[in-house]
Design a protein around this ligand. Structure first.
Ligand code: URA
Length: 188
């Protein structure tokens, strides 16, 4: 019995990642990553679900999303709005590290989309924050509208710039921190 309890949600998430890990449509990127899967991380009844692009080297090493430089900036942005990482769930469109950090293929994003909505259901339908254009493309009809909440089906989704955008050009950070405040205003 896995019902709607938190323990049940954990079991359902584990099963989902088990299925993801044998999905034949992801064979190429799985092989590139040496089979190392980076699952989503966080509480199963989160305030928000954050979606990034794909794990990098450090994430693959620790098997945890957003634990490298981008993760540090994401932590700082969360802190700036008085949110703690322990309150949010963080996952990626692609859960394997693509070779040389290449962009995900559209087909990989398409497969990722299916699993993201299943994760979302298991997590109890939290509002979603899409970080970067691949996450936005996976989740929304108009992925170019950055910084304003949109409804996708019944779910509020907010597209923001990927933290890496603030790492490669630090002068982007003030705007990113400003736009990040919107995470607190998810519509019902
Ligand atoms: N960038 C991402 O998109 N995801 C991670 O997990 C780390 C960096």
């Amino acid at each position: 019995m896995t019902g709607s309890t938190e323990a049940g949600a954990r079991v359902r998430l584990r099963r989902l990642y088990f299925v993801y890990d044998v999905d034949p449509r992801l064979a190429v990127v799985r092989a590139e990553a040496g089979g190392v899967l980076v699952p989503g991380d966080g509480p199963v009844r989160p305030r928000l679900m954050f979606v990034g692009e794909a794990p990098g080297a450090r994430e693959a090493k620790l098997r945890k999303p957003f634990v490298g430089a981008s993760g540090q900036l994401l932590n700082d942005m969360l802190e700036s709005v008085l949110l703690d990482r322990s309150e949010v769930f963080i996952t990626n469109v692609v859960k394997y590290r693509p070779k040389d950090n290449r962009d995900p293929e559209p087909a990989e994003v398409g497969v990722g989309r299916v699993y993201l909505w299943k994760e979302h259901r298991i997590l109890g339908y939290p509002p979603i924050v899409a970080l970067g254009r691949h996450a936005a493309a996976a989740l929304m009809a108009d992925p170019t509208r950055i910084g304003t909440w949109q409804h996708v089906g019944g779910t509020p989704v907010l597209a923001l710039r990927h933290p890496a955008y603030g790492i490669y050009q630090r002068n982007n950070q003030p705007l990113m921190f400003e736009q990040f405040k919107a995470v607190l205003n998810a519509p019902q």
